[in-house]
Design a binder for this molecule. Structure first.
Ligand code: NDP
Length: 248
């Protein structure tokens, strides 16, 4: 079966770079119309130029996911432009890693606000449209550390575990309207977020990965394609680890 997202409207938060950009690109390659959203307008311009060159169908709508008003307006603009949305990918995320005793309130709040509250804001806003349509696919990007925890990432792992709990609750709440909610938990993926790690930390990660390589944004994007496709119509409330077997 050839996957096609023709006539589907796919919203991706944090689409300016990394995993979000790759997800947006894979959907666009399969003929979706993609709403590229990010709070970094420079990155959005860069992606837009690239998408234009490739003749992809898209619209950029800047939005900071920590701001409920901006999130509501972003989704409204998407629906006003295309009459509907089909898929929401909650991808925007940040890290502010540090050990517990050094962690400042701002570091805790910034990570929880972006990674967890942002997912709540966008899911709540999109659910309004999905419920009317009696169709919707929500894919939330968590992390394997939301399952395992990780020293130095108390704020990040709490936010990502929160995404899993929230997604399972929403899967139950929204299933009656044919809205599925699934989670992708990436392992170690090569992006600018992980580029800040030292070579020795990267090597340590790779040694723990049975497939012996870091993941690529495309590895994550391909799983998002599956979850948004009819092949996954009977999946909801699931957490799929895309981690080369690192966590089993
Ligand atoms: P990047 O930092 O490369 O990209 C994240 C994008 O989100 C950036 O464009 C960033 O803008 C944007 N962003 C940050 N905060 C906000 C906000 N408040 N509103 C809108 N956009 C925002 O990260 P990755 O691509 O690596 O990560 C994507 C997702 O995958 C995140 O949720 C991350 O936690 C998760 N993940 C990543 C893993 C990895 O190994 N890379 C592993 C597991 C999970 P700016 O460029 O200005 O910061």
């Amino acid at each position: 079966m050839e996957l096609s997202f023709k006539d589907k409207i796919v919203v991706v938060t944090g689409a300016g770079r990394g995993i979000g950009r790759s997800i947006a690109e894979r959907f666009a390659e399969l003929d979706a119309t993609v709403i590229l959203s990010d709070y970094n307008e420079e990155s959005l311009k860069d992606v837009a130029a690239n998408f234009e060159e490739k003749h992809f169908s898209f619209k950029t709508i800047p939005c900071d996911v920590t701001n409920a008003d901006q999130v509501n307006l972003m989704l409204k603009e998407a629906v006003d432009s295309y009459g509907k949305i089909d898929v929401l990918i909650n991808n925007a995320g940040i890290t502010r890693d540090t050990l517990l005793i050094r962690m400042k309130d701002e570091q805790w709040n910034a990570v929880l606000d972006t990674n967890l509250k942002g997912v709540f804001f966008a899911t709540r806003a999109a659910a309004k449209y999905f419920m009317k349509q009696r169709y919707g696919r929500i894919i939330n990007i968590s992390s394997v550390v939301g399952i395992t925890g990780n020293a130095g990432q108390g704020n990040y792992s709490a936010s990502k575990a929160g995404v899993i709990g929230f997604s399972k609750s929403m899967a139950q709440e929204l299933a009656g309207r044919n809205i599925t909610v699934n989670v992708i938990a990436p392992g170690f993926i090569e992006t600018e977020m992980t580029n800040v790690l030292s070579e020795s930390v990267k090597d340590d990660f790779i040694n723990k990965i049975p497939l012996k390589r870091a993941g690529t944004p495309k590895d994550v994007a391909n799983t998002a394609l599956f979850l948004a496709s009819p092949l996954a119509d009977y999946l909801t409330g699931q957490v799929i680890k895309v981690d080369g077997g690192m966590v089993m």
